[in-house]
Design a protein around this ligand. Structure first.
Ligand code: PEP
Ligand code: MG
Length: 620
């Protein structure tokens, strides 16, 4: 795991007043550094002015040069994606070129420069505003979605004109804390990892994707801060406490010293825990595999040192995010093979579980689809895959090809009906047939699993268990869909309760069904990494907990401290008490139990899931 404390040189005694802002803790750890204000290109404060008459010709020339440069950049991108399997990349880039060459748009910009004597940036912004409004009114969702292409072209042209470079980070050379309104997964994947010390955002919740990504990368993050963007400015220095959910702007010397001390303490603690990996046979630890959640773009090198016993969730969609085009089958095969080979090093029984593309919800590919009114309830995950069969099949072929390099499994996301599971299995068989016809090797017994993250799947788990080889419970979504509370919306984060008796009951039903059918069942949602919830799931009978690699040593330590019989008794008590208990009561009971078994744990506040620590705080 990367270091818990991310610090960077602090300026001496700032003259400005320190301000502390509380939000939702999203990724544990401490970060200190200079502020980088991130705003989307469309939010760039654009210069707008009237040109002197003599300046019009030069401005037209500037605009034309920017268009030529935009064309060059798009063509270069198109060349890069030429081998794309299903043509999405080509479509997107062709659209961009068509829009760039659109004579109506072009003459509108030229007219504004010539007649209204506007500078090129303002002429482009006004013209694209008109186009955006026009597309927004379209009934056809495909045409409506063209707004995003217009935005892309606008951003590209403006970045060129303002010499912003292709990425917002082009001019950043030392590590920074990123302050933003909100960050989408496709934005965060394009950020340069080595330059980010921490994240602090106005919006988002502890299970939104920026939080998950931050955790996977070991980068501290606080989200849901309200209006941090108006309280911080370039040149400020901030402390980000991703465990308590507090951001301090321009701290005084004393707060900085305390922060540094805490950072050193956490560093030491993590190092100690990481060393304690011995197994205790009679403990609940021996009944549970501890695996890592990972994704393309995150280094696989720390899996072994974290003690991971496999890759329990490989979020394949990160190969798609932040890109204009689908990755081809070969590109996917090489990424998956790398993960398979890494998993094979993790000891007996270790495998890499590849989750099929989980696009949709808040994980959208650029130019993917028309925006939906309720994306989390829309055409996401398995629904998207079954309506994009070529993409699905190409991915299954790539996963199968990687299975020739080591033990692997394929897992379908967000299955809600038996028909979906059957169709997905049928696609897998078709993909196998295609590889056989090509004489390409693969593991013909590759295991097929499904995510249980929709209540219908948990309620009917006994039927699903007969048609797949394992379950993996995605509590991030299961909580969202059970509580009807958007996982990314900080305004309803108080309803986001993994310990709610309804969620506990659904997990229990899933485990019972898996046990009845003799198949393993994992939890790969973030609740697995919480010492309290992780222990409860293990006591209920989950056979695998999968989480960001850095949290594995802590969970191992907790599970090793509790006997299997005690953990099962605790879980039985919680299940028996049933729905009359509140989430807070269930969490408090289990927490007390854990604290009684692991002396000193209370002090180790960074062990508790940020979201849960937060709701604890809110309750008191
Ligand atoms: C989940 O829903 O718990 C899960 C692991 O999937 P994701 O967070 O990627 O939606
Ligand atoms: Mg999910």
């Amino acid at each position: 795991m990367s270091d818990a404390a991310h610090t960077h040189a602090m300026p001496e005694s700032p003259a400005v007043q320190a301000v502390s802002v509380s939000g939702l803790a999203a990724s544990r750890g401490l970060a200190a550094g200079a502020v980088f204000m991130y705003s989307k290109s469309s939010d760039i404060a654009l210069p707008e002015y009237v040109l002197p008459e003599a300046g019009v010709a030069a401005e037209l020339e500037r605009y034309r040069a920017a268009r030529a440069e935009a064309r060059r950049q798009i063509e270069e991108l198109a060349a890069k994606f030429k081998s794309n399997a299903d043509g999405i990349a080509t479509d997107v880039l062709t659209n961009h070129l068509l829009l760039l060459d659109d004579p109506v748009a072009d003459s509108a910009v030229v007219r504004r420069i010539e007649k209204e004597r506007l500078n090129a940036e303002a002429a482009i912004r006004r013209t694209t505003d008109e186009f955006r409004a026009m597309f927004a009114k379209m009934k056809d969702p495909y045409l409506r979605e063209r707004q995003r292409d217009v935005e892309d072209i606008e951003n590209r042209l403006i970045r060129i004109l303002m010499d912003c470079g292709e990425s917002a980070f082009d001019h950043v050379s030392s590590p920074v804390v990123v302050i933003a309104d909100d960050l989408t997964p496709s934005e965060t994947v394009t950020f340069p990892r080595d330059l980010i010390l921490g994240f602090a955002t106005n919006r988002g919740s502890s299970t939104s994707h920026v939080a998950l990504l931050a955790r996977a990368l070991g980068i501290p993050a606080v989200v849901g801060l309200g209006d941090i963007t108006s309280k911080t400015h370039a040149g400020d220095f901030v402390l980000v406490d991703g465990t308590s959910g507090v951001v301090t702007i321009n701290p005084d010397a004393q707060s900085r010293a305390m922060f540094d001390r805490q950072a050193r303490r956490e560093r030491r603690l993590r190092a100690e825990l990481a060393r304690e990996c011995a197994s205790a046979e009679s403990s609940i630890a021996s009944a549970v595999r501890l695996c890592a959640n990972t994704q393309p773009g995150v280094s696989l090198s720390n899996l072994a040192s974290s003690g991971a016993q496999g890759i329990g969730l490989y979020r394949s969609e990160y190969l798609w995010l932040g890109k204009d085009a689908d990755p081809g089958e070969d590109e996917q095969t090489s990424a998956y093979s790398e993960a398979t080979r890494a998993a094979a090093q993790l000891g007996d029984g270790a495998r890499a579980v590849f989750r099929a593309l989980d696009l949709g919800g808040d994980k959208l590919q650029r130019g993917q689809e028309a925006r939906e009114a309720n994306p989390f309830l829309g055409n996401r995950s398995i629904r998207y895959l079954l309506s994009h069969r070529d993409t699905f099949r190409a991915q299954l072929r790539a996963i199968l090809r990687a299975s020739a390099c080591g033990p692997s499994a394929v897992m379908y996301p967000m299955v809600a009906t038996l028909e979906e599971l059957r169709e997905a299995n049928a696609e897998l068989e078709r993909a196998k047939g295609e590889l056989r016809a090509r004489n390409t090797p693969f593991d013909k017994n590759i295991r097929r699993g499904m995510m249980v993250e929709v209540p219908s799947a948990a309620l009917n788990a006994d039927a699903f268990a007969k048609e797949c080889d394992f379950f993996s419970i995605g509590t991030n979504d299961l909580v969202q869909y059970t509580m009807a509370a958007d996982r990314a919306n900080e305004k309803v984060s108080y309803l986001y309760q993994p310990a709610n008796p309804a969620v506990v009951r659904l997990v229990g039903m899933t485990v019972d069904a898996a046990r009845g059918a003799g198949i393993p069942v994992a939890v790969c949602g973030e609740s697995a990494s919480d010492p309290v919830m992780g222990l409860l799931w293990a006591g209920i009978g989950v056979t695998e907990l999968s989480m960001s690699a850095g949290y594995i040593p802590f969970l191992r330590k907790i599970l090793q401290s509790v006997s299997a019989s005690d953990a099962r008794e605790l879980a039985a008590r919680v299940r028996k008490a049933g729905p009359s208990r509140t989430a807070a009561e269930i969490y408090a009971t289990c927490r007390e139990f854990v604290l009684s078994k692991v002396p000193g744990l209370e002090e180790m506040r960074s062990l508790f899931t940020p979201g849960q620590a937060q709701s604890e705080k809110e309750r008191t």
